[in-house]
Design a protein around this ligand. Structure first.
Ligand code: DC
Length: 234
């Protein structure tokens, strides 16, 4: 279902954590032959830079020091034909795996609240979308990065459903975790994402809500593709 050039649009996908935004965004981008950008990966890459340079540690970030280094941070995505996915590069190093690991996850929230960091990331994200034909997922894509996006989707699922998915993922990897702990973490992350001062997670007025608590992957993909078709035919 490749769109002719002139019909290419911007698709902004925002929503709660652990509700499968990146899975949907990747699948849609593949179907439409669009670029997929994981904006969270960019905040994670900045966090990795801070960790590598000892600007972040013990869940604290030296904001002044990080802001002073922003010109030394280059983040890009390069397509890997073997994995068929965009991988994140920090100053020329492939950091796709490292940015998903615990130290980065533990320090990324405070990094993502620094307004100077956000300004840089938003400018980069806007540059990436200037030719349209892009699917970007995150927390502020439809509200701040691309308020003019033709299609905005706000994804969510009940906290218990998201916690169960995360629990299944972790136990499948052999990790010993408690469901109650994971549920508490999901609820807490929602609270932090939605209540932070800078670019809080909120649904854009013109976003369509996709609650995937009770639908499967195919149904969800079909629904999004229908919305794309309606948007491009409008
Ligand atoms: O989606 P994720 O877990 O990879 O995001 C990592 C962190 O970055 C998380 O704390 C939310 C934050 N984030 C953000 O503030 N704005 C975005 N557009 C994307 C992610």
């Amino acid at each position: 279902m490749e769109q002719p050039n002139q019909a290419k649009i911007i698709i902004a996908i925002d929503g709660h954590s652990s509700c499968g935004k990146s899975t949907v965004a990747k699948e849609i981008a593949k179907k439409l032959n669009y670029i997929y950008i994981d904006s969270g990966a960019m905040y994670r890459a900045v966090t990795l830079f801070a960790l590598r340079n000892k600007i972040a540690k013990n869940e604290q970030v030296d904001v002044k020091a990080l802001v002073a280094c922003l010109d030394d941070i280059t983040i890009e995505f390069r397509f890997n034909p073997v994995t068929s996915r965009n991988e994140t590069y920090l100053n020329g190093d492939n950091v796709e795996e490292e940015i998903r690991q615990l130290p980065v996850s533990q320090h990324v929230s405070p990094v993502a609240t620094i307004s100077e960091v956000r300004e840089r990331m938003v400018a980069l994200q806007q540059e990436m979308g200037k030719n349209k034909g892009i699917v970007m997922d995150g927390r502020d894509i439809g509200t701040v990065v691309f308020p003019q996006a033709e299609l905005k989707i706000f994804m969510t699922a009940r906290p218990e459903v998201r916690a169960q998915r995360r629990y299944d993922e972790l136990t499948a990897k052999g990790q010993q975790v408690s469901f109650e702990e994971i549920l508490a973490n999901v609820v807490e992350r929602d609270r932090i994402d939605s209540s932070r001062e800078v670019s809080p997670l909120k649904q854009a007025d013109d976003a369509l809500i996709l609650d995937n608590s009770d639908i499967n992957r195919e149904e969800q993909l079909d629904w999004v593709l229908q919305q794309v078709q309606q948007t491009t035919n409008a």
